[in-house]
Design a protein around this ligand. Structure first.
Ligand SMILES: [Zn+2]
Length: 599
């Protein structure tokens, strides 16, 4: 959640204040956050384990948390969040690590559970700030991190160390081991941290799949071993907590995909997540079986494919791959085209194909388009629009709601219960998900007999305190308001800027320019007005006429009483009063920008 940004300012007075240059760059944030920022950290209680999520709870994305015991800290995941509609012009949102920065000498390591961007994406922005602590990751995860780091050549090097699922790390007071789980990216591991108080387990994003493709089932034996040693706290992925039952196995999905291969007479075009290598592998298997050549397009998919192929995670028989520009040299029923864009993203391959903007591929009757992915919440409308366009072009469409051609990467209710039953923890804390998902997950725990005193629903920035016998959400909060990344700028977009963008996006902007005679205080000529995205000027002559008159009166009213003139004050008055006037007339709140020129 982005505090306050989903609420549009309702008072014109508020508008005026937001448009003013931010005093010392400080923006209104979550209640109390500004105060906390100035406060030095009080010494922490000895012998208490502190678990603090900096992101990833109360939301889906930017997963990041740390464990702190006396003078030792370990961080788990450092992800980003993709922006939503209410953050115009923002590329990414990353966790705020101010607290960790102030204690960077205590950081013993960063553990990354898997290679999804909501778990690794903030590394390039944050690693140096934290003194480049060693980042521990499985081979594929590490390769993805390093590849991405290659896009940030201006940043200092990061320290990484490869782990295996049977690695054991001594990180300060913490002794860390891992357990393999299934997820929709290979090399995902859960983390078991042996602390002086007991074992703390973090499931990572996970699901159970007893028939995975190109992978092995989750390591039940290791989980059982941990349970026998005694798990103090289980932190478990809540993303799938709304969905009943078990998730479908990748094997079942393969059967359904095969039916499509059997019935399709033309080209098969399949869009999926670029990182979903196991799905690409399934499609490539089927292409081989049904004698189709494979073409791939989309920057992220191509780079993931070559990376996974190099590392042996993806196997493509010799001679099967063809260049995208050669698809026309083969009959339609000999082509499988894999691409990005299943979320309806504007610039991605599938959208370009559908809108006839792709250089080599256009849709025609007989084509079959498979959306082999779920729709990320918020993308429903764009995906629907894309499907409409594809149908209009005469192609057939399959998506996961019509057939089981995609399994999500997250455990559903029955599997979440299975995880709790396997681990048998003393305390339970749901992570990864909106408040609703976390809450539902705790209900599952209660069905299994957990009491309220054994459960904590975490909040970003709130310190969870653990002893051997208790868990509680303490009153202490560390700074966790999100940082906005805009192009190459990190954190220079304050919420003030964001609110200005929201205001402009919603109601446009309105610039009033008054030239004031320094000697007489009179407005020279008629004030100029420039407006964008607010009203159509040509059809609003009366309103403009009145605004000019009003501007003149406001200015001269002030200049007649004030010597010398405080231009800043005059601008505030103009912004406030013209804003009010425009709202009375139009019920809209454009961003009012007064410009006063003294001559
Ligand atoms: Zn994930």
């Amino acid at each position: 959640m982005i505090p306050t940004s989903n609420k549009r300012p309702r008072r014109v007075g508020t508008t005026a204040r937001h448009a003013r240059p931010a005093p010392a760059g400080r923006a209104p944030m979550r209640k109390g956050a500004v105060r906390l920022e100035r406060r030095a950290h009080a010494p922490i209680a000895k012998g208490v384990l502190r678990v603090v999520p900096l992101g990833g709870v109360e939301e889906v994305g930017k997963n990041c948390m740390f464990l702190e015991y006396n003078d030792d800290i370990i961080v788990i995941d450092m992800g980003l969040q993709f922006p939503e509609e209410n953050t115009p012009g923002i590329d990414y949102i990353i966790p705020n690590v101010s607290y960790l920065k102030s204690k960077k000498k205590n950081i013993r390591g960063v553990i990354i559970t898997h290679g999804h961007y909501d778990h690794i994406g903030a590394i390039p922005y944050l690693s140096a700030e934290l003194g480049a602590p060693t980042i521990y990751a499985m081979p594929l995860t590490r390769a993805i991190i390093l590849k991405r780091q290659g896009d940030f050549t201006h940043l200092p090097r990061i320290e990484t160390q490869e782990i295996q699922s049977d690695s054991r790390l001594k990180l300060g007071v913490f002794d860390v081991e891992f357990f393999h789980v299934n997820h929709n990216i290979f090399d995902t591991v859960g983390v078991a941290v042996h602390t002086p108080l007991g074992i703390v387990c973090h499931t990572a994003d996970f699901k159970f799949d007893n028939n995975p493709v190109g992978d092995v089932p989750a390591d039940y034996a290791k989980m059982e071993k941990l349970a026998q040693e005694g798990v103090l706290l289980l932190m478990s992925d809540s993303t799938g907590a709304e969905r009943p039952g078990h998730s479908i196995s990748e094997k079942d999905i393969e059967q359904n995909l095969e039916e499509i291969f059997q019935s399709s007479k033309g080209r098969i075009i399949c869009a999926t997540f670029a990182s979903l290598i196991s799905r690409l592998q399934q499609m490539i298997h089927l292409a081989e079986k049904y004698g189709r050549k494979v073409a791939i397009d989309g920057y992220s998919m191509k780079s993931n494919v070559s990376l996974s192929q190099e590392m042996g995670y993806l196997k493509i028989p010799k001679g099967m791959m063809i260049d995208i520009k050669d698809v026309h040299n083969y009959p339609d029923d000999k082509i499988l085209f894999l691409c990005t864009g299943a979320q309806g993203e504007g610039g991605a391959v599938l959208m370009r194909v559908a809108t006839r903007e792709h250089r080599h591929v256009r849709l025609h009757a007989g084509d079959t388009v498979i959306f082999s992915s779920s729709v990320i919440p918020g993308n429903e409308r764009t995906v629907q629009k894309l499907k409409d366009i594809i149908y209009r072009e005469g192609a057939e469409v399959y998506h996961y709601q019509m057939m089981d051609i995609h399994a999500g990467g997250h455990a559903q209710q029955e599997d979440l219960k299975l995880m709790i039953n396997l681990m048998r923890p003393k305390f339970f804390m749901p992570v990864h998900g909106s408040y609703f998902m976390l809450k539902l997950h705790t209900k599952l725990a209660k069905e299994l007999g957990f009491k309220d005193s054994q459960i904590v629903i975490p909040e970003n920035g709130r310190v969870v305190e653990l002893t051997k016998d208790t868990i509680k959400l303490s009153k202490e909060e560390v700074i966790a308001n999100p940082i906005f990344v805009d192009g190459l700028g990190v954190g220079d977009i304050k919420e003030v800027v964001l609110r200005d963008r929201q205001m402009m996006a919603a109601d446009g902007m309105f610039v009033v320019i008054a030239i004031v005679d320094e000697k007489t205080g009179k407005v020279r000529g008629s004030p100029d007005i420039i407006s964008r995205g607010f009203i159509y000027l040509k059809e609003s002559k009366d309103l403009l006429y009145e605004t000019r008159g009003r501007t003149k009166r406001i200015v001269e009213d002030i200049t007649s009483k004030m010597h010398p003139l405080n231009v800043q004050y005059l601008k505030e008055e103009l912004r406030e009063k013209i804003g009010q006037f425009l709202y009375q007339r139009t019920e809209r709140r454009p961003m009012v920008i007064p410009v006063v020129i003294e001559v």
